[in-house]
Design a protein around this ligand. Structure first.
Ligand code: SPV
Ligand code: MN
Length: 634
């Protein structure tokens, strides 16, 4: 067992130069030395000393270096090339197909605890981690990559270093993030950077992490370091994605901005104008499909800052790690095109067909008879140990691709000043409570009753049973690294200093009737987006209800005609937009209870919830339950 002394904990090591010199080629050493930052040198030497790689590759992000990583990913079998040029497939272990909540923890000193967040004693966690990482890279090459979260040279952006022994992980990051070796060289001693250390650990004969029981993902806030071991699934291994989010949320709290689990899109309104929205949805709840309806800036993460009284946003990422299940030519033509044309795409956990192509669940083609998937050889009717059918691809199978591959990319996706945000959208899988689209009365009301109150049925993006209703404020709960009450307080404060705060909207694509049938079709969200776009420009009125502003029937009827070319019946409107008083009151009760157990919850939250409760009770007394929206028009 490695002893975790202070030196080890603080990434300190003697003989930095000797370690660096003796563990890598002169060429690699020079690449590292070109960055004049002693902290960085110390850190790299420290990881080498701990993980004992047999060689080290320092990536400058040049086309040759990117090509080297792509080639090695194939040579080592981490990725399998397909017949379409640029396409490869990576397989994770059957037990490593999604984010592993149980194995992920924020390290905190002593017995500190945070509500809803898995925490672990820092000393204990680091000791365990160092022992798992000790010598883990023997016989392997250690890869070091430099990236910028956000456009290079932007006031929003944060630099990061990834160390990994997986070519697949680095290949993914080369697609998903902006290479920034030159930025490190330019900033030298001034660089403050996030640190990510990953090892896939021992592999089985299929090249999958074998020691899943020892899978650990530990987030060390003071050192701005995340450790990840014995896992390959992107959400656990790609440091700059959800692991970095824990660190950037912490920084955002300290500096008064927002680091969010949100897409950023431009929605085209009349005359071709673009109005920018961010959108937060729990994974697999319509986020990507909504993002694709606009001009794309980002599909998953956003940094939001108050710049001169306006909210501006940038995407820390430069690519998409998206869910592939159900993507087909009819419903998602833009993504389908990207996934079927030649170009750099990493598929993960899909089926490789006999002719070297890919198949995924819901591709809109006949299911192949056989192929290869994450369980090895696959055939129609294959079952697991418990006799459950194994589908061709995993429900959380993914694709990794550059944003530049998308035809609907917004021209301002790399703007260092970001785009002005007109509206924030929040949604979840809610069968019976929220209406399909509505707008809050103001910032605080939206933050509290919409964003901080999201509940959603669990999906396959997380290991565990699907379908259960889970509380998921801002769709960001899985990634919180700070106390929930403080996170909410920061959100409310952020709104105080805005000259023209963005509107806050709630959406719900999953409303069902008593028989479990969806009340809306998939394409209805196009109409909701157009309604929100018009609201921001004060071009449509609304019905004032106890939960906020709801669309007027005549506006929706017009929009359904213009956007989808179809009728929208009054009956549908009344059913979809009914105010479900009892259910809404129950929801307030659930949310109230949760926050009342968080000691740092701002008083404002309870005030806003209480006002909403009173409005609902009063409306119920006057009009019963549910209340057709027309009742509120007078
Ligand atoms: C999500 O599950 O929210 C994702 C993929 O975007 S992951 O990287 O696993 O978080
Ligand atoms: Mn996500």
């Amino acid at each position: 067992m490695v002893k975790a002394g202070d030196k080890l904990m603080n990434h300190e090591i003697d003989d930095v130069d000797y370690v660096l010199h003796s563990s890598m080629s002169y060429e690699m050493y020079q690449r590292l030395m070109r960055i004049r930052n002693h902290d960085l040198h110390k850190f790299i030497a420290w990881v080498i000393d701990l993980c004992k790689p047999s060689s080290v590759f320092i990536s400058t992000g040049s086309p040759e270096d990117l090509g080297y990583i792509r080639r090695r990913a194939i040579e080592t079998g981490e990725e399998i090339p397909l017949k379409t040029p640029g396409h490869t497939v990576h397989f994770d272990s059957p037990f490593d197909q999604a984010r592993a909540r149980e194995d992920t923890a924020i390290l905190l000193p002593g017995s500190q605890r945070l509500p809803f967040i898995r925490t672990k004693d820092r000393d204990e966690g680091l000791r365990e981690m160092f022992s798992l990482l000790s010598g883990v890279m023997k016989g392997r090459e250690m890869l070091v990559g430099f990236y910028s979260l956000g456009p290079k040279g932007s006031p929003f952006s944060i630099l990061a270093v990834q160390v990994t022994d997986s070519y697949y992980v680095m290949h993914s990051e080369n697609i998903l993030y902006r290479p920034a070796y030159d930025e490190f060289v330019r900033q030298g001693e001034r660089v403050r950077f996030l640190r990510f250390i990953h090892s896939q650990g021992e592999l089985n004969e299929m090249g999958q992490s074998r020691n899943i029981k020892q899978r650990r993902i530990y987030i060390d806030l003071p050192g701005e370091t995340v450790y990840s071991v014995n896992t390959q699934y992107g959400g656990n291994s790609i440091g700059l994605k959800k692991l970095a989010l824990r660190l950037t949320i912490k920084r955002a709290m300290e500096e008064g901005w927002l680091s969010e689990h949100m897409f950023i899109i431009g929605v085209e309104g009349p005359g071709g104008r673009a109005t920018y929205f961010t959108g937060a949805f729990p994974s697999m709840s319509g986020k990507t499909s909504t993002a694709m309806l606009g001009r794309l800036i980002g599909d998953d993460l956003a940094f939001l800052r108050n710049i001169n009284g306006e909210v501006r946003a940038v995407n820390p990422e430069a690519g998409v790690f998206g869910i592939i299940e159900g993507i087909n030519l009819i419903d998602d033509p833009l993504i389908y095109e990207v996934l079927t044309k030649p170009g750099e795409v990493i598929f993960s956990n899909v089926l490789i067909t006999e002719d070297g192509d890919v198949y995924w669940n819901g591709k809109g083609e006949p299911v192949p008879e056989r192929g290869i998937n994450y369980t090895g050889k696959w055939w129609k009717g294959k079952t697991d140990d418990k006799g459950n059918p194994i589908p061709p691809s995993h429900p959380n199978a993914r694709f990794t691709v550059s944003l530049k591959a998308f035809r609907n990319l917004d021209p301002r996706y790399d703007d260092p000043n970001g785009v002005v945000v007109g509206g924030l959208i929040f949604g979840g899988r809610d069968p019976d409570t929220w209406v399909p689209v509505f707008e809050s009365f103001n910032w605080d009301h939206g933050v509290v009753t919409i964003a901080a109150s999201i509940e959603s049925e669990r999906t396959a993006a997380v290991i565990g049973k699907t379908g259960e209703r889970e509380f998921n404020p801002m769709a960001n709960l899985d990634f919180l690294s700070v106390d929930l009450g403080i996170y909410i307080t920061n959100y409310l404060k952020f709104g105080e200093n805005l000259k023209n705060p963005p509107r806050i909207f709630g959406v719900n694509y999953f409303l069902r009737d008593e028989q479990g049938r969806f009340l809306n079709s998939k394409e209805d969200k196009r109409v909701w987006l157009q309604w929100m776009e018009r609201r921001i420009h004060n071009e449509v009125g609304a019905v004032k209800t106890p939960i906020g502003y709801v669309p007027r029937y005549e506006d929706l009827r017009r929009l359904f005609h213009n956007v989808l070319g179809r009728d929208y019946g009054l009956e549908d409107y009344n059913r979809q937009f009914a105010i479900r008083v009892g259910r809404l009151l129950n929801k307030i009760e659930r949310v109230w209870k949760i926050y009342s157990e968080v000691s740092t919850t701002p008083r404002k939250l309870f005030e806003v919830l209480e006002e909403q409760r009173q409005r609902l009770i009063e409306a119920g007394r006057l009009y019963g339950d549910p209340i057709p929206p027309l009742k509120f028009e007078y």
